[in-house]
Design a protein around this ligand. Structure first.
Ligand SMILES: N[C@H](CCC[C@H](N)C(=O)O)C(=O)O
Length: 300
């Protein structure tokens, strides 16, 4: 198919998101378009959230998620909040049900503009995260980096929230670690056959963490919502915090917190902001785009 579709440049806590409206089309945003859009500083992004027509009764849209290297992601928390805000601005509705490859996501925009997304249930089974080796207990797996007798990072908690995560617990501010050096090694470690998102998490209080993430397929990003979910759940699972945790994402420009609640019914609900920046039109095959000339002022 040819022709341009509407898209919006948005962010979730600084996580750079392009929301692309693919409704009414049968094709998908191509990896080539993603790579071209990421190469232009104006549209450089962490994830594309492509909104497609619904494929199942009771859902509002099918969402396809691409990383900036053109690979697919099964989940993107910050991007999902951006989709909610975009569709809420379009329709006036406040609640939505989305379908992704990882399952059904229910989401809601609140009166204060923050958005909650039910990210589903965490997965702890080693072969479903997936890990390359069998671990009975994935809350602390054998993996370390640095000198063998004095590892810099070790024993992460592993889980999936649709996408794979490893959470390394650190005692110091996560900004003091050289994540740009360790991130690529850990993302591509043989322990993770589908790679993994790598997060450093520091416990600040019984209900608060500070995190910093190296994202699979995107590298160092300013924020990662699914990693915040994984950190919150893993902290509660290992007894480090309670089941409702405020996450200070160390690299997020606004330092607004993400709140992660691991409900008693096992669902993980993430609440936080989303921000619209500008809109335009893009060819989802090539990534060639034009920015709308006079973006309307919009109240988030
Ligand atoms: N930024 C996203 C995560 C993208 C995950 C992606 N990097 C992968 O799993 O490949 C978020 O807010 O959850």
């Amino acid at each position: 198919m040819t022709g341009q579709v509407e898209f919006a440049r948005m962010n979730g806590l600084g996580n750079k998101i392009l929301v692309v409206d693919m409704r009414g089309r049968a094709d998908m945003v191509t990896p080539a378009a993603a790579i071209a859009l990421n190469a232009d500083p104006a549209t450089q992004f962490d994830q594309i959230m492509a909104i497609h027509d619904p494929r199942a009764d009771g859902t509002d849209a099918w969402i396809d998620i691409l990383n900036c290297d053109g690979t697919k992601a099964q989940a993107c928390g910050n991007g999902t909040r951006c989709v909610v805000q975009a569709l809420s601005a379009e329709t006036g509705r406040k609640t939505f049900t989305f379908q992704t490859v990882a399952g059904i996501l229910n989401a809601q925009e609140h009166a204060d503009g923050t958005i909650s997304v039910d990210m589903g249930k965490p997965v702890f089974a080693w072969d479903r995260i997936p890990l390359a080796e069998e671990f009975f207990d994935t809350s602390r797996i054998e993996l370390q980096i640095g000198p063998i007798d004095a590892p810099v990072l070790h024993s992460p908690s592993a889980m999936s929230i649709g996408n794979p995560h490893a959470i390394f617990w650190v005692d110091q501010d996560p900004m003091t670690f050289c994540l740009e050096r360790f991130g690529p090694m850990l993302e591509n470690h043989p322990m993770f056959p589908e790679k993994a998102n790598i997060t450093l998490a520091q416990v600040i209080a019984g209900d608060a963490l500070r995190t910093r993430t190296w994202e699979r397929g995107a590298g160092l990003t300013l924020a990662c919502g699914s990693a915040a979910c994984a950190a919150g759940v893993s902290a509660a699972r290992t007894g480090r915090t309670g089941r409702t945790v405020t996450i200070d994402v160390a690299t997020a420009p606004t330092r607004q917190p993400l709140v992660i609640e691991w409900r008693e019914d096992d669902h993980v609900v993430m609440t936080g902001p989303a921000e619209w920046e500008w809109s335009g039109k893009v060819d989802p095959v090539t990534g060639i785009f034009v920015r709308d000339e006079e973006p309307e002022a919009r109240v988030n």
